[in-house]
Ligand binder design. Structure first.
Ligand code: FAD
Length: 377
């Protein structure tokens, strides 16, 4: 039997294990955290991610634990959409965008896996590629595997070992995320909003009947820190000209649970694999979050790689095929997401985005979405 080690138990790692299991291939996920407890707020999963989760038999459970959104609109600070039109965004199978708590998503993925397939407290240190096998060194000891999938996120140690020249790009923006214990007015319940003001953005949506996920983005130098005692005031000040619901959302959030992180992505890697080791998800192609597609791309990686692995029966150039199938979309997401963030925080951003939205025909937008939401195999 083939030994497959997946290093990193985030959304990509767990989905990879599930997609392999669906093909009848066993694997073990090694996660450094002592328990699976995704810190973070909410996440938007778009139809391409939902397609894969449906294929894995999880769509119903996801829908029971999330809020389906008719669409996510870019708006002005008073929540008026830049786009005229109220179409529901969905793919041909009726998959919409869902808004879910990250911890809930991770729990659903974890509980769907065969028992004992996730090993916690395994902090990856170093790997040695032997002729046919890979020796993996964790804090907890050594393990050998035939194939290793590196799903250890944007700061991947596996990537640093395989491709030491890889580097991250700082966007010049920082992001606060939180969960607020309020209910949005009924007309907003099934809508995601991303409101643009003067070089600041505030996005939000309901993730359950009694909780709202939100994020706030502003320009900042790398590694700035907050004074937590002033954070709510600072955020309210930044968004004081916004619709009052924005300040209500901020005020109904436990300040100690607000997470701050600078917005980064990974400079394009020439390759995602070396011999029997392949990177997936953020470890391979971390994107800025502006298109809400980072996890979606990790989920697609899992689906495509598991299908190729099963059909190639572990021989040949499976990892090269994987890269060929995934590159175009991943590049599209990373590049457009980066550009989108730059526009949002430029002095002419609102004007430019409004013009783009008004001038772009619905048919063009639909074609782009169709490409984004379709799977390559
Ligand atoms: C502000 C923000 C908002 C976002 N919003 C969205 C959104 O709405 N929709 C969307 O699709 N995407 C979104 N994303 C992107 C999404 O969060 C990421 O793309 C996704 O979490 C990547 O999953 P991953 O499993 O590849 O990596 P991670 O989530 O980083 O998981 C990596 C896992 O590996 C483990 N690990 C790390 N190092 C080691 C080690 N040495 N040994 C063992 N284990 C290790 C970690 O503990 C972690 O569990 C957003 C990102 C940000 C920053």
């Amino acid at each position: 039997m083939m030994d497959i080690a997946i290093i990193g138990g985030g959304i990509t790692g767990l989905t990879t294990a599930l997609a392999l299991a669906k093909q009848g291939i066993a694997s073990t996920v090694y996660e450094r955290a002592p328990k699976l407890n995704e810190v973070g707020a909410g996440i938007w999963l778009q139809p391409n991610a939902l397609k894969v989760l449906n294929y894995l038999g999880l769509k119903e459970t996801i829908l029971k634990n999330s809020i389906e959104l008719d669409r996510v609109d870019i708006t002005d600070s008073q929540l008026h959409s830049f786009k005229i039109g109220e179409n529901t965004v969905q793919d041909h199978e009726g998959n919409k965008i869902v808004s879910i708590h990250r911890a809930k998503l991770q729990q659903i993925l974890y509980e769907a896996l065969p028992p004992n397939s996730v090993k916690l407290d395994y902090d990856f240190q170093l790997l040695n590629q032997l002729s046919n096998k890979v020796e993996i060194n964790f804090d907890a000891g050594k393990v050998e595997a035939d194939y290793v999938f590196g799903t250890d996120g944007i700061n991947s140690k596996i990537r640093k070992q395989l491709f030491p020249q890889s580097s991250l790009r700082h966007s010049g923006q920082t992001c606060w995320r939180g969960i607020s214990d309020i209910q949005l007015p009924a007309e907003l319940k099934n809508l995601g909003r991303e409101a643009w003001g003067n070089r600041v953005r505030f996005g939000f949506s309901q993730i359950s009947d009694d909780a709202v996920y939100w994020f706030a983005v502003a320009k900042a130098k790398p590694f700035e820190k907050d004074d937590v005692s002033k954070l709510k005031n600072d955020l309210n000040e930044k968004f004081k000209d916004f619709h009052q619901v924005v300040n209500q959302i901020i005020n109904h959030t436990a300040v100690e649970k607000i997470i701050r992180g600078d917005i980064l992505d990974l400079r394009r890697l020439g390759k995602w694999h070396h011999q029997n080791v392949c990177l997936l998800g953020d470890a391979a192609h971390a994107t800025t979050p502006n298109m809400g597609q980072g996890a979606g791309q990790g989920i697609e990686d899992a689906y495509v790689l598991a299908k190729l692995f099963a059909s190639d029966q572990f021989i040949g150039d499976t990892f090269s095929k994987f890269e060929d199938l995934r590159r175009t979309k991943v590049d599209y997401v990373v590049n457009n997401s980066w550009r989108f963030g730059k526009i949002a925080h430029s002095s002419f951003g609102t004007f430019l985005m409004k013009s783009i939205m008004k001038l772009t025909p619905e048919s063009v937008i639909n074609r782009q979405l169709e490409k984004l939401y379709s799977l390559p195999i």
